[in-house]
Write a protein that binds this ligand. Structure first.
Ligand SMILES: Nc1ncnc2c1ncn2[C@@H]1O[C@H](COP(=O)(O)OP(=O)(O)OP(=O)(O)O)[C@@H](O)[C@H]1O
Ligand SMILES: [Mg+2]
Length: 367
């Protein structure tokens, strides 16, 4: 087998009876990258990972590691290691024996086993827990043992299927940071599965957003956030979710306007929207909370009129739900801004920060 640890799925489909778990999925992961598969429950994330690991076989399509096709190669020949959500440790074995398991299967000499297990245990800060059995360890400690069991194999590819979802929020955040450090230190190609967009954004350089067994967008976290390909990605990634307002697009010579139900929302110069061809009749305007400007002063005339419907202070910022006729837009403002529910304000979208989508298909149009 080659040492090229890039990973490629080409037109991979997998059906379970009538369920189409994966539908012509193609994905290329460069060697050494840390990629997150992100999508809601049932979108095919685990199926993808299982197929990469060789625990499942696609109906059609090809999986390659570097130049080598591995679609039907047995899992133990793939030089990959997988970490599961439920740890899947052997309960009757000590932490040491759990980590050593794969090396013993390979009949490595016992002093090598000891050295390698010790080394990963130090890396994961569980050196003092090696004599305990899983039942005598906390959830976080068990997950470290599970990580150790994967690391000790020195795999070409790491596969992590929602490994921290059984941990509490604080521990999860810490494990996330550690996995990031481990990846920086080892540079092993890694595929991390999560349905948590925040986890995906904080962990990885590159995110693959999935829906219904298909890839909807593959890009850096910045691209996914700044230039979502569809309304689905736009509203799945980011907190609070991107506000969407549907309406007709009116393109004047000087200004573009969204016209919806008694609402005329200025979108700036038409050129800046980067539209090519004829835009669809009905569009969805998307705007992120940080790109909405709010002016609470009574004599303000810029932007358009809106009413404060709800305030959500989170300490560092306050999220304001604004009513614009029948539509709602969420804005992020300073917690010091004097605002009260029911108060009339003016709002505007920061120049160049409007996202436009075809309302019917949800596909991004323009820049
Ligand atoms: N062995 C199986 N038999 C039948 N259907 C299956 C099987 N495994 C998965 N599925 C179906 O395939 C689809 C994709 O499942 P998969 O486990 O890959 O989703 P997932 O994205 O990992 O979801 P989750 O976030 O809930 O873990 C789902 O609709 C699921 O019900
Ligand atoms: Mg899953």
């Amino acid at each position: 087998m080659t040492e090229d640890a890039s990973l490629h799925l080409e037109g991979v489909s997998r059906h379970y009876g009538r369920v189409r778990a994966l539908d012509e999925l193609s994905l290329s992961i460069p060697a050494g990258a840390f990629v997150t598969l992100l999508g809601p429950s049932g979108c095919g994330k685990s199926t993808t990972l299982n197929i990469v690991a060789g625990l499942d076989t696609p109906d059609t399509g090809v999986v390659r590691l570097g130049e080598t096709e591995i679609t039907r190669m047995p899992p133990n020949e793939r030089r990959m290691a997988m970490v599961f959500q439920n740890y899947a440790l052997y309960p009757h074995m000590t932490a040491f024996d759990n980590i050593a398991f794969s090396l013993r299967l390979l009949r490595r000499p016992s002093d090598e086993v000891r050295t390698r297990v010790r080394a990963v245990a130090e890396m994961l800060d569980i050196g003092h827990l090696l004599e305990r059995k899983p039942g005598q360890l906390s959830g976080g400690q068990q997950q470290r043992v599970a990580l150790g069991r994967a690391l000790v194999k020195q795999p070409l590819v790491f596969l992590l299927d929602e490994p921290f979802s059984n941990l509490d929020a604080a521990l999860r955040a810490r494990m996330r940071t550690e996995v990031k450090h481990l990846h920086l230190a080892l540079g092993t190609t890694s595929v991390f599965v999560t349905h948590d967009q925040e986890e995906a954004m904080t962990l990885s350089d590159v995110v693959a957003v999935m829906r219904d067994g298909k890839l909807v967008q593959f890009g850096t976290t910045t691209e996914i956030y700044r230039r979502p390909a569809t309304t689905y990605v736009a509203t799945f990634v980011g907190k609070p979710r991107m506000s969407l307002v549907e309406g007709a697009l009116r393109l004047g010579a000087e200004a573009a306007t969204l016209v919806a139900d008694g609402l005329e929302l200025p979108l700036g110069a038409p050129g800046a929207l980067g539209l090519t061809g004829t835009p669809p009749t009905l569009v969805a305007l998307g705007v992120r909370a940080e790109d909405v400007r709010v002016d609470p002063s009574a004599d303000a005339t810029d932007g358009i009129a809106a009413t404060v419907a709800l305030l959500e202070p989170i300490g560092s910022d306050t999220f304001v739900e604004l009513s614009l006729g029948p539509s709602t837009v969420v804005a992020r403002v300073s917690p010091d801004m004097p605002l009260a529910i029911g108060q009339p304000v003016r709002m505007a979208i920061a120049p160049g920060r409007a996202h436009l989508f075809d309302a019917a298909s949800g596909v991004r149009i323009g820049a």
